[in-house]
Design a protein around this ligand. Structure first.
Ligand code: FE2
Ligand code: FE2
Length: 261
């Protein structure tokens, strides 16, 4: 499918619920975009969802992965959706706020990329892959032939030492596009100005280099979603902040909210 920015529907934050209910998937379920089997995976994974005190991460990543899928016809939904749902269920450590503290410290040091550290990431990935496999066995989905690809993706989704499959790319892109969305900004970057948010989004999601970059269509969607977040959070400052580099995206978002009001 060709991407047409004019018909793209951004996340509708007017009806989007943030916080603990997002951890349970309230928005995802309301959108009614999951198959019966995907819903079973979600329910099995839900108790472990967003354990780093980042409610909405699993949900938004899942929504984005389903948004991306039509543009990646060679990616397999049977792998992408369960993998995205489960990619972060492996919580390692005792303090659920430890990750937010680490992000804050890294931002103060001006080096958010220092978070891409194997020692910080590996235990979480390994535990998540083991847990995902248990869930797949319990639910009986995805099929056996897809389970190793899924757990391989989970085991390397943050570190990205190995090349991945197209299904893995879609999961990666969903994970990083989360960074430009409203729930992520409200959790990690609440105090930043629109200009600071744009700068951070570019540094940590939009303008990354391989293997931390976004595929070109995912990047187009992420740019619109960044404009969506800024427009929704800062209605009075959005035009000024977005005009230099995101004027087209701003128009798409404005049109979306005015047409569907
Ligand atoms: Fe992760
Ligand atoms: Fe994640």
């Amino acid at each position: 499918m060709q991407f047409n920015p004019q018909t793209y529907k951004p996340i509708d934050y007017r009806t989007f619920i943030l916080g603990d209910q997002a951890r349970q998937g309230i928005n995802l379920k309301r959108l009614n975009i999951l198959t019966e089997q995907e819903l079973k995976i979600w329910e099995a994974a839900q108790p472990y969802m967003d354990a780093r005190n980042d409610p909405g991460h699993g949900e938004i990543a899942t929504i984005l992965s389903i948004t991306f899928l039509p543009y990646f016809p060679k990616a397999k939904r049977e792998i992408v959706v369960p993998t995205t749902m489960n990619h972060d269920i492996g919580f390692h450590g005792e303090d659920p706020n430890a990750w937010q503290k680490a992000v804050e410290a890294a931002r103060k040091a001006g080096n958010l990329k220092s978070l891409n550290d194997d020692a910080k990431r590996m235990p979480h990935q390994i535990k998540g892959a083991d847990m995902a496999l248990e869930i797949y066995q319990e639910v009986g989905y995805p099929r056996q032939e897809y389970r190793h690809e899924s757990t391989d993706i989970i085991r390397d989704h943050d570190t990205r030492h190995n090349a991945t499959t197209l299904s893995g790319r879609v999961m990666w892109d969903s994970d990083y596009t989360w960074r430009v969305t409203l729930p992520c900004v409200e959790i990690y970057s609440k105090k930043l100005t629109p200009e600071e948010l744009i700068e951070e989004a570019e540094k940590n999601a939009l303008n990354n280099e391989y293997p931390f970059d976004l595929e070109s269509i995912s990047k187009k969607i992420a740019r619109i979603e960044l404009a969506n977040t800024i427009y929704y959070k800062f209605p009075d400052q959005a035009t000024q902040a977005l005009k230099p580099n995101y004027s087209q995206e701003l128009e798409i978002v404005k049109k979306f909210y005015s047409n569907s009001a």
